[in-house]
Design a protein. Sequence first.
Length: 157
Amino acid sequence: MFGAVLGECRFGGHADRTPPSRYNKAPTNWKGLYKLTEHIIMDNALMVIFPYYYEDTWVFDDPDVDLIKEPFVFGVPEMIDDLVKDIPNTEQGFKLIFSKKPFPGYQRKLTWVREEYEGNWYTVNGEDEGWLCPALFKYFDTAPQNIYVKAEAKNNN
């Protein structure tokens, strides 16, 4: 991705240094530009996690954002059950693709309802509600108005 490319750029053979002064003439410094670029990419990103069943609920690990066995709670496990009902062996894990923008093949649109206790309630089709805990902010700066999701069988290669 573009952000990853910027993060790996080498100027004058030195990685992880501020670029030469001719690059600093922009209104922001290099680190600010990197953060801005990262934000722009994330704004339209498809993100992926791999939930699995553990201790009678759905959980997921994402070491990139310091989450291990992060549980889905308060209505979300039932939403996941419905989402994966036609995918075999999901208890061992499945791929969950999500974004705040629609993408080809999305299966469900979660719509924001309200904030409560630092988490946010979402609904699917105005019926079932589920609470997403503050871990949501590991993926989004603010609670999105909509979250689009798709579940797929996990590729075990």
